[in-house]
Design a protein around this ligand. Structure first.
Ligand code: TRP
Length: 461
């Protein structure tokens, strides 16, 4: 690792906001929000700025095939505006037809923040789930569960731990010899969180998208790597044309794949597996399939990269029939962090840096009045030089949270930049919208309070 490489620390207090560099270094794909079906304000405004493999989710949506959303939050304090962004995104996917699972990361919170499981449950119910309901998630299509009471999540994490090691954790997270082991275990539990919705008892094989802040990307890199390493079949571009399917032999499948303990190969078994592969590919309508067990691959000359999702799914389904886990690497989307109200990072342990979803309206007003401003020091200077909406908290909070109307937002932006709109006036606009938004949320919290229990998955009630 070079000295100038970024390491993202999901538990750290510092956060890089050099999003361009994050995209480059970690191989994210920039998000083209405008091209999405009914983009939300987070998409239209470039706040959701990058993704991994979102196409497989959008394709499922287009074809009317199932897809799921999984995200999670640590119950470690009051829920604030920053947390609401993943809920907004989950809601957007839900409206497109996805089923939603949300982890209450109580094990992680206990391990990394010292919150007991009992306290975590209390916070989750009163703060988090109450707000999921108020923010408009559909209780019929949302399953909230606790990490601590879903053993399969922990089991899956443990099982997949076999395919990684401390060197990889050092490379991904920057861990060293002094790292607390809770920080080593938490990512594996999160791997279990992210992958378990694909298990048969949780909805079965389908694309899963994980909307998160970019600080969580290390967990996605880990999860995607681990899922691929367990796969029994590889799909890659052929050097001539089309796609190639090959077998990936490991302990779990050696027997099924005819690899005898004495190092010899059971040809009948190998050819049976190849026949299975050909059949699976044929089910998609391909007819020009060239099966070469000796060379170890099946060639589909007419397949293009557009066929990859469908091929991947039939191969994973075959893997499952043969006894494998059949795990699809998850997709993910990443949002920018809203600035903290003081101009530094938003943090639940520093109440002045954010608005809690349960803040009193008077508190909201006070916090916005004191918020970091992108205006000039004096009115005269502001009129002459104009303000900077990019760092003006009041403007930013309208853009991220409170103002739906793009036209109005663009007007405020231009007026502030030109100096026509003063910093105090911008704050008044923000207070007005924030007050509306927060009191509506409060109302909906009251209306939906009786639904909170319905969000809980059966194993978590
Ligand atoms: N690690 C996340 C946080 O710090 C919480 C979390 C746990 C999570 N499991 C997850 C997020 C799965 C996304 C997907 O808040």
């Amino acid at each position: 690792m070079g000295a100038d490489e970024l390491v993202i620390d999901p538990w750290g207090s510092a956060q890089s906001t050099d999003y361009g560099r994050i995209i480059d270094q970690f191989g994210l794909t920039p998000m083209d929000g405008e091209s999405l079906p009914s983009p939300s304000k987070l998409h239209r405004r470039g706040i959701v700025f990058a993704h991994r493999d979102i196409d497989q989710v959008l394709e499922a949506q287009r074809l009317g095939n199932p897809f799921g959303v999984l995200t999670g939050l640590m119950p470690s304090g009051q829920m604030h505006l920053g947390h609401s962004m993943v809920v907004e995104q989950a809601k957007w996917f839900q409206q497109l037809g996805g089923d939603v699972s949300i982890a209450v990361a109580d094990l992680e919170s206990q391990a990394t923040r010292g919150v007991s499981l009992a306290k975590g449950r209390e916070i989750a119910m009163a703060e988090y789930i109450a707000n999921y309901a108020a923010l408009g998630l559909d209780p019929e299509k949302t399953h909230v569960y606790f990490q601590s009471t879903r053993p399969v999540v922990q089991r899956l994490g443990f099982q997949l731990g076999k395919r990684t090691n401390l060197n990889e954790f050092e490379a991904i997270y920057g861990f060293g010899g002094e790292t607390n082991l809770a920080h080593v275990q938490a990512p594996l539990v999160q791997v279990g969180d992210i992958l378990h919705p694909q298990l048969e008892e949780f909805g079965g094989l389908r694309p899963i998208v994980v909307p998160v802040g970019v600080d969580q990307d290390p967990h996605l890199r880990l999860t995607r790597g681990l899922a691929s390493k367990t796969n029994w079949f590889n799909l890659k571009d052929s050097s001539s044309r089309g796609l190639l399917v090959s077998l990936s032999i490991h302990d779990e499948n050696a027997e099924v794949f005819g690899q005898l303990p004495n190092g010899r190969v059971d040809k009948a078994k190998v050819s049976a597996v190849f026949d299975n592969v050909v059949e699976a590919i044929e089910s998609l309508g391909f007819s020009d399939i060239v099966s070469s067990p000796k060379q170890g691959h099946v060639h589909i000359p007419s397949a293009t990269s557009r066929d990859k999702h469908a091929l991947r799914l039939v191969l994973l389904r075959l893997e499952r029939r043969l006894g494998g886990l059949g795990l699809l690497a998850p997709s993910s989307t990443y949002h920018h962090f809203a600035v903290g109200m003081t101009g530094s990072k938003m943090s639940s342990s520093q109440p002045k840096t954010t608005l809690f979803l349960k803040d009193e309206l008077a508190t909201v007003e006070k916090k916005i009045k004191r918020a970091f401003s992108g205006g000039q020091a004096t009115v005269e200077e502001h009129r002459r030089l104009g303000g900077n909406p990019d760092i003006d908290v009041a403007y930013q909070y309208m853009m991220y949270f409170f103002e739906e109307d793009d036209g109005h937002l663009a007007e405020l932006n231009a007026q502030f930049r030109s100096g026509q709109l003063l910093a105090g006036e911008m704050k008044q606009h923000c207070i007005h919208r924030a007050t509306e938004w927060m009191s509506e949320l409060q109302e909906r919290r009251d209306e939906t309070a009786h639904l909170v229990k319905e969000f809980l998955a059966e194993d978590s009630r």
